[in-house]
Design a protein around this ligand. Structure first.
Ligand SMILES: Cc1ncc(COP(=O)(O)O)c(C=O)c1O
Length: 395
């Protein structure tokens, strides 16, 4: 089947967070896509709707078998099944419960910044302390500062990993993950890996599931994952926690129950099964389209705005634009992302995510969501360039 990503429905006035929070602007911020879900998923949801009864449901066996087949075939990750999975309502609920299950109030949770902004409240809400190991940007790409990472691991109880990493777009290599795992193991740090972006990778960058590392590392870890990001189902709310070790799984089950987020949406179950059993061709077409969108942004910036550095996108549909050149040589960066973001929104009708919400290491950056038709993206790039020029004039 041919899939069309060149057009997308009008989402204005549909209570969409992305479109209706800053009305009248072109919103390329919140991490959902403007494309409708795959026809195969829509059909499965229609069938479920037509049944007409939406009472409490058990989770069927094929919920697990379709995930197992998908992850074994596409990613070489074996072992997903009823005895290794706790379903829940979302990936945030999943990693928050995992932090609760593996720390005590006052425990320390390590993140590599800039990182997904909803990591921070989950750490706070569990009464834990946040430790940060800032990633290093060498002007081309983000890399782990291994000495700093090891130093922070000496203090940490849990390492909350984002694999692939939102917002910097890295797809961690097996070598990098092995080194993280070795350091965590050496320091007794439990690993919680958020792999919600796992399907969205681009040529030359394969996703390595944490669960495919050697068994000794996997035992002291959990993986939180969901089809909602890659299949654009975020409002449907379904996710899973994987634990290879039965004792760890029992702890996760306890925490998910303590947090009262163990009952999942019947539409979530139907959508997940359709995604993992029939969604492959749509997903592969989407990845190609997004890859060309990423190339479009990189080429535009190279040609028109070489002062904006953008690390090559390895995964996710979120591009990380280095706007620090907007600050003069002697000017502090503080507040730059917020001011530039407001200027783009108010004067040029473009909403991007302010890089500083991802931690102090994100100051001076903006995050751009490229999951929209290319015409919309080109419009955004035009507004971005005009906004850049007029911001320089007013600052
Ligand atoms: C890394 C990461 N984790 C979790 C989420 C949210 O997951 P959920 O909506 O399933 O709670 C997002 C959404 O952008 C994300 O980027």
């Amino acid at each position: 089947m041919e899939y069309n990503f060149e057009t997308a429905p009008d989402r204005r006035g549909t209570e969409s967070v992305k479109w209706d929070l800053y009305p009248g602007t072109l919103p390329l911020w919140v991490a959902d896509m403007d494309f409708p879900a795959a026809p195969e998923i829509l059909e499965a949801l229609r069938r479920r709707l037509d049944h007409g009864v939406f009472g409490y449901e058990l989770i069927p066996d094929d919920y697990y078998t379709c995930m197992d087949r998908w992850f074994t075939q596409r990613h070489g990750w074996k072992g997903i099944g009823r005895s290794t999975i706790v379903p829940t309502t979302g990936v945030i609920a999943a990693y928050s419960a995992a932090i609760k299950a593996t720390t005590r109030p006052g425990g320390k949770v390590l993140v590599m910044t800039p990182c997904y902004n909803a990591f921070f409240p989950a750490i706070r809400n569990n009464k834990c302390e946040q430790l940060e190991s800032p990633l290093k940007f060498d002007g081309k790409q983000y890399i782990v500062d291994w000495d700093d990472f090891e130093r922070k691991c000496r203090e940490a109880d849990v390492f909350l990993l984002c694999n692939p990493h939102n917002p910097v777009g890295r797809v961690w290599t097996r070598e990098e993950l092995l080194l993280m795992a070795t350091i965590c193991e050496r320091n007794g740090v439990f690993v919680v890996s958020d792999e919600i972006h796992c399907e969205l990778t681009y040529p030359g960058h394969d996703y390595t599931p944490w669960a495919t590392l050697p068994e000794a590392f996997v035992r002291r870890s959990v993986t939180c994952f969901s089809p909602t990001k890659s299949f654009n189902l975020a409002g449907i709310q379904i996710a899973n926690i994987y634990a290879a070790d039965p004792d760890v799984l029992a702890k996760m089950d306890r925490a998910i129950n303590d947090n009262e987020c163990c009952d999942v949406n019947v539409f979530g179950v139907a959508a997940l099964k359709a995604a993992y059993s029939q969604g492959g061709p749509w997903l592969d077409a989407l990845r190609q389209y997004l890859y060309h969108n990423a190339r479009t942004v990189s080429c535009f910036l190279e040609d028109e705005m070489p002062q904006v550095n953008v690390p090559p996108l390895e995964g996710t549909y979120l591009m990380w634009l280095d706007c620090r050149a907007l600050a003069g040589p002697d000017q502090p960066l503080e507040g730059l992302s917020e001011r530039f973001g407001r200027h783009l929104r108010e004067k040029h009708g473009l909403t991007l995510s302010d890089g500083s919400i991802y931690g102090a290491a994100g100051e001076g950056f903006m995050r751009l969501n490229i999951a929209c038709p290319r015409t919309r993206l080109l419009d955004a790039l035009q507004r971005f360039q005009e906004g850049w020029n007029s911001f320089q004039a007013v600052e």
